[in-house]
Ligand binder design. Sequence first.
Ligand SMILES: *[C@@H]1O[C@H](CO)[C@@H](O)[C@H](O)[C@H]1NC(C)=O
Ligand SMILES: *[C@@H]1O[C@H](CO)[C@@H](O)[C@H](O)[C@H]1NC(C)=O
Ligand SMILES: *[C@@H]1O[C@H](CO)[C@@H](O)[C@H](O)[C@H]1NC(C)=O
Ligand SMILES: *[C@@H]1O[C@H](CO)[C@@H](O)[C@H](O)[C@H]1NC(C)=O
Ligand SMILES: *[C@@H]1O[C@H](CO)[C@@H](O)[C@H](O)[C@H]1NC(C)=O
Ligand SMILES: *[C@@H]1O[C@H](CO)[C@@H](O)[C@H](O)[C@H]1NC(C)=O
Ligand SMILES: *[C@@H]1O[C@H](CO)[C@@H](O)[C@H](O)[C@H]1NC(C)=O
Length: 434
Amino acid sequence: MNRNRVCLFIFSAVMSLLLVYCGLYIYLFSTPSFKILNNILLSRIFPFVRQPRNITAVGLLEKINLVNLVNCKKLFDGDYIEMNKTYKLLETFKPKPITDTEYISMTKSCDSFLEKRGYIMRSLSSVEETFPLAFSMLMYKDVYQAERLLRAIYRPQNIYCIHVDRKAARDVKDAMTSIASCFDNVFIASQLYDVEWGTISVLDAELSCMRDLLDKHKSWKYFINLTGQEFPLRTNYELVKILLVYDGANDIMGGPTSKWQNRWAGAGTPPHGIRPMKGGTHILANRDFVDFLVNNRIAQDVYNWTKYTIIPDEIFFNTMNHNSQLGVRGQYNGSIPPNEEMYFSRIKIWTYSLGADCHGEIDRGICIFGIGDLPLLKTRKEFIFNKFHWDFQSFTLDCIEELYFNTTRDEYLGIKDFNTSVYETALFVKYKIQ
Ligand SMILES: *[C@@H]1O[C@H](CO)[C@@H](O)[C@H](O)[C@H]1NC(C)=O
Ligand SMILES: *[C@@H]1O[C@H](CO)[C@@H](O)[C@H](O)[C@H]1NC(C)=O
Ligand SMILES: *[C@@H]1O[C@H](CO)[C@@H](O)[C@H](O)[C@H]1NC(C)=O
Ligand SMILES: *[C@@H]1O[C@H](CO)[C@@H](O)[C@H](O)[C@H]1NC(C)=O
Ligand SMILES: *[C@@H]1O[C@H](CO)[C@@H](O)[C@H](O)[C@H]1NC(C)=O
Ligand SMILES: *[C@@H]1O[C@H](CO)[C@@H](O)[C@H](O)[C@H]1NC(C)=O
Ligand SMILES: *[C@@H]1O[C@H](CO)[C@@H](O)[C@H](O)[C@H]1NC(C)=O
């Protein structure tokens, strides 16, 4: 008798609690301000209520490929025990890439490809949706790594041009083509070049992508170029927030001119009274500026002149950005001479010895990042890291990827925001042509 009563009491107590929960939830959900806070708060106040989510739409954020053999968080924190454990593991560990032929067969069914690889098929926030980006990616090998890069930066509102080198293996071209065919907004450049480092062909490949990108998408705001061996650390949300701060400014390096005279000494006088400038090859440029580079007569003449310079791809964009008399939006106005340290587009460590600034391996003077570099990479403010080899200390790229998707997820859930103050004070942002 007594026991039944207790049971009945507990039962009704639970039921009314549930009812109160449901009622409150429905009420709160219907008020607009709570809808906004929904993601952040409701899951904490009402731990029983799972948010309605579309797993296929949000892709990897729901099931991030956590690296399970090592603890990335500890590696980023520079934990020596974890690092030593990882080095030991790397002596025998062989990562298993997706091969070119596997990509070709996986992409026969695009739906299952997108789902299996966890592509993010939603713009994630309205600020991102209204600020589409255009990317170019130059590549000639390692489809696996290029696809992992594409998977990270892919959002449906953006557009992507992939330039596969003309001399790339047949399988590479076929695999990239079949991957691109699964998206409306990913395509192979309409004109492919045989890209030789240090020659005008690098510029030709970039310009070919720029032309296509201008053509195929009418509203992207900024252009970013990548190679298949880079990886971003800024999420799409962070890129957009930074580029809103840039407000048209181009992040295109220029250095002290006197240092680089020999680069153009043999090219004769530049046309139209242009002053040459040399800089790094990685660029972020607004749409009007890209349009100017591709379509303006002066730009074409300068392009012709750069053919006779040494390493033209370190001169053309930089020269065009640092001749403010042309009056193109986003150029640097030059009131203060530019220096090579004030840009954010890339972290690329030039080094000739391992040690303080490179813990990976060195390839033609450039640091290929290793797990020992993770603690530093985590703190850097640049956009893109150059460079990684997926098969060199493979957990390095795995962990960078894990951090990238974690951050994307946390920003999407509203758990984390991004502080743009470092970017606001950049000289090229303050001293830009409006
Ligand atoms: C989930 O998202 C996909 C891709 O955007 C869409 O096709 C599908 O209809 C959505 N499903 C639901 C249940 O909303
Ligand atoms: C990513 O998030 C998961 C929790 O979902 C956490 O276990 C992991 O340590 C995080 N990784 C990094 C690199 O912060
Ligand atoms: C990690 O390895 C280095 C050398 O390989 C050694 O000097 C150091 O004591 C080890 N640290 C730990 C915490 O195991
Ligand atoms: C650039 O040079 C090529 C030949 O090298 C010429 O055909 C073309 O007209 C030149 N373009 C301009 C804008 O001068
Ligand atoms: C970005 O574009 C510039 C200009 O064409 C080029 O020199 C550079 O190699 C490109 N960078 C990448 C990472 O492709
Ligand atoms: C962003 O960081 C700067 C400098 O660290 C700080 O002064 C500012 O209050 C921060 N802004 C926000 C919104 O947290
Ligand atoms: C460049 O921009 C700064 C900041 O707006 C301004 O003070 C300066 O006068 C400009 N210089 C030129 C040459 O327009």
